[in-house]
Design a protein around this ligand. Sequence first.
Ligand code: AHR
Length: 508
Amino acid sequence: MLQAQLTIDPAHRVAPVRRRTFGTFVEHLGRCVYTGIYEPGHPTADEEGFRGDVLALTRELGVTTVRYPGGNFVSGYRWEDGVGPRERRPRRLDLAWHSTETNEIGVDEFVRWTRLAGLEPMMAVNLGTRGVQESLDLLEYCNIPSGTALSDLRIANGAKEPHDIRMWCLGNEMDGPWQIGHKTAREYGRLAAETARAMRMVDPGLELVACGSSGSSMPTFGTWEATVLEETYDLVDHISCHAYYEEKEGDLGGFLACATDMEHFISTVVSTADQVGARLGSRKRINVSFDEWNVWYMSRFQSAPPPPDWPVAPPLLEDHYHLADAVALGSLIITLLRHSDRVAAACLAQLVNVIAPIMTEPGGRAWRQTTFHPFAQAARYAKGEVVRVEPACPSYETAEFGEVPVLHAVATHDGQDTTLFVVNRSVREPVELEIDARALGMGTDGGTDGGAVRITEATTLTHEDVYARNTADDPGRVTPRSNTDHRSDPLRIVLPPVSWNVIRLSKA
Ligand code: AHR
């Protein structure tokens, strides 16, 4: 058994936990919308056709914000197609996913769904095939209370109250050659700046996100952010990051260390943004919107042919996640929390069926994938302030990231309650972790006020088979279970190999 030690001291505060860290993403892609959130005729569907089982799981997941409607889809989307009487809505080719879009769901239905789910919509505008005017039109339709052509159209379409969408993404992945309307950094930066300037004339208080890089391995990574921010610095609040990870060539240890890339991605983007700010003599700070992140077996998708005959809602990107995927994802959540000082929002891509924590059968069951659990537990227990912890532990060598520590951790502290989130990346070895939590027992005067700190609850997500998955027939195969392998004086807990652990501590 490996040995490790860490100290939790609330003085090592990073920033408050941000509500928007627990965002996800609903794109018109595959079965995310159709037979995902929406399926009229499903036994659990309400009168508007929203699946009740998916709504319940979305609430349980603890999602706070949902980005919509894409993704690559948005770069060819005409939002007007999705409003007004359904029978008059056109069917269109969706070039991004080689599918047919029926437009049964549009912005009004989506916003109604977010209200039912109790979360905040985040909207993306099309800067691929469209531009300033169409973005302004969508903003007017959504946010102006009444008395203009498009706000009155919304009211006539049944949405009396404005949608009041606060956060807007200025396009999607415009650095990617796969994107409809792909642009150079300068071209996109100019368009994003003009769009942002005009949108701010309507509402100066909007939060606007400029597109950053689609991945840290993009050839333009770094220079893209610098150029886009030169054009948009005073007009936007956030720059986006997107990252997807998968196990490659059986390198499980390397895959479990993928958060090392996310860590590097965030620090590089933050430094680049600060450098542009310094050059412009600005005191404003641009934050990161990590609005697409996940485990995605993209290589499988890229090697499959596009769907034939432009189908409606074909099963696309339906990854079935195993334990190791969930542990890698837990480590990515730890990274996002550790950077809460600059990561203002994050969206797990996506919510249902498409690389998602929730899976459904058309007309049938819905269940939690393995990756549901670390997200739901972090959304539930990460409260108050993020506290930095640095485990002293053994490390291992990876081909992609060099030497990596076996443990990856972060804590949050909220009054009497502290939660420690820890991943054990070791493929074989359990780790006995000693936790020095004496600082949590301190009184406000700095002396101990007699309160010993104890573990009130510990759960572990693990499995003897690291490739174990949940299915509709066996939905609870991989689920967090109580970890009783701990003791006090000093506090110690055993973390199994390849595991995600949530340890809750309280002053006795
Ligand atoms: O989430 C799936 C796709 O990944 C999105 O549409 C796109 O933005 C990214 O490349």
